[in-house]
Design a protein around this ligand. Sequence first.
Ligand code: CA
Length: 752
Amino acid sequence: MRPASLLTVSLILLLTACAPTDAIRSMPFDAGTTLVSTVEEFDKAVSALQPGDTLVLANGTWTDAELVFKAIGQPDNPIELKAEQAGKVIIKGQSNLSISGSHLIVSGLVFKEGFTPTSEVISFRTSKNDLANHVRVHNTVIDGFSNPERYSADTWVAIYGKNNTFDHNSLLNKGNRGVTLAVKMTTKASQENGHVIEYNYFGPRQTLGSNGGETLRIGTSHYSRDYSNTVVQHNYFDRTSGELEIISSKSCGNIIKGNVFFESQGTLTMRHGHNTLVENNYFLGNGKPNTGGIRIINEYQTVKNNYLYGLTGHRFRGALVIMNGVPNSPINRYNQVVDSHMLNNIVVDSDHIQLCAGSDAERSATPVGSSMHNNIIMSKTNLNPFTVYDDVSGISFQGNIVNDEITVPINGGFEKVPYSVSENRHGLRVPAQHLIDGISFGEVKLPVAKQDTGASYYPKPGPGKKAPSNNTIAVTPGTDTIVAALKNSGPGDTLLLENGKEYLLKKFAVVNHPITIKAKSGGKAIIRSEKSTFFTIENGGALVLENIWMDGSESPDTAGNNVISTSRYSMNQNYSLAVRNCKVTDLDVNHSFDFLKVYRSTFADSIEIRDTEMSNVSGTILSLAEETDDLGMYNVENLDIINSKFTDIQGPIAHVYRGGTDESTFGPIVRVHGNEFKNAGHGKRNKTGASFKFHGVQNLNISDSTWLNSSPLALHLSNGEPITIIEDVVMDGTANIVANNDQYKVRNISYK
Ligand code: CA
């Protein structure tokens, strides 16, 4: 410690005695401790810091604070930057923190309600050459600190330098593009770094609808032949569903162990680099869609003693995946799997194990010198979990156990035993104990509990979606009563309309939060609008319409009206729309009157039309084709059109566009079931020439539907292996399906 001046001590005593402000009283002031309340005070104090000093940010809100913490501590005498009280320093607006120097400790800060004006929120460097070494950041939070421009990329935490520790932090609700936490290896000074990333809580991350939604990335393809030697352990990944890769290891020598992946859509991927160990991680998919496990690419990888339960993902998102490589692969493609091993893992009720995944004309190098030994695979959810895409003779199979019902398309190396899965005392579904003992797995128990991760003071979202509010607001018929009710509503409220009564909108009905607008079942309330749009869903909004009749007869006589529109501006929060038991009529006062109009940089988790009838529409029902740059973005993840009837629709019923060639997203996922389409898609302004146009949809299922005198169904199948199934369909007076290739399955289709 720096010797305290008498003056400082006396002053502190004096302040403590007679200036009882909370800020001063709560601080155990001693020599070398400085409390600052503004960025100017902070900067001044930083320039004077000596080993052993503590710099304290005063409780309260810090707005537009770009903090540059540059100091040199000593191994046994670090310099600390902390909140006066952990969790009570809220950093908002256009703010960030950059750190360089050595032997520094940062704790207790909360970043929320803003975003970084630079490309990083917490950066372990202050300039290209001023890096952080031996720096610890802990007990800190970044929550929803997302650029409002959805596809404007930033990284929340970028770790440069060497020997840094990032622990017990909470990172949740990233809405915009960009990795949540990245280990950067851009110069030698950041390689072989020995960073430790542990006990962090990675909270929910919504589906991005594009590449760039990784939660953790170590390295990049450019530096992937270099060693990072980063340890990632005892972290909790809670519904981190941004994209295909939850963790993307793109460097060598990393250890990823003892982490929990709870209902996260995506996989732990050894995308580039070699010699990485993946051990004792627990994947709890719980049957949720697109939950995945571990994917091996490259050389000398070891995947052992992991537990994987209830994972439904297929292809690259399988529970266990070994990829094919590209011969003499360029650095950014896929190296061949060489001497890599998948050992002693337990896989329960998971749907897919994929070997030589990605095999195609380019990815033709099959795995060599690799093994799959002593894994226990028990499943009743899919009795054909293995897919073998290519020659597996370079993988040795030994001592694996599967239940009797499973079909194994591999000769030797698998023993069949009765299915024996039960819940153990830790609440996990496990095979019989003698089987677990047989592979020396040890106790099947989560390696870290959710409550032992993250910032101690910061709440973690519970399982499931927020409980809907029970608040119902009765709306009297008349003009703009819905507009007023929306203004007075809260998230999750229901606006209850009267059956058979008319509601007129002279203003836009703006939806800023989740809301249900309905009439009692058995009838319908009628809504008309004098504006170009009935409802606009703004950022944070979501809309359910039930038992509503929407009619276009009062709409303005101009082209391009619509019933529902997204924000015209970027939305960094996903929305949803459900239309149930509704009726839509006469959207035809002028041309191009759409039902739903979406704008660029908006994304729906789900759009559902169910038990609904629509007729006389001069535009498109669902126009979901605004991301036309072919960069892998799109407008909707799940689209369902169920048990509905569409008559005299000039545009297509749905136009969904997902361009680009990357394979980093699950969606769009589309289901069309139990519908009738009559005279659909014949309008002269319908540029698709189709009743439906699906471009780049990853999973399409059309069933039990009838087309009458309509334009054809148009398919453009792209990106990996999209699943396209069309079954029990009648095309009466409707031309044959138009498609770019024949990679779709048709069962029981009749043309009349
Ligand atoms: Ca990715």
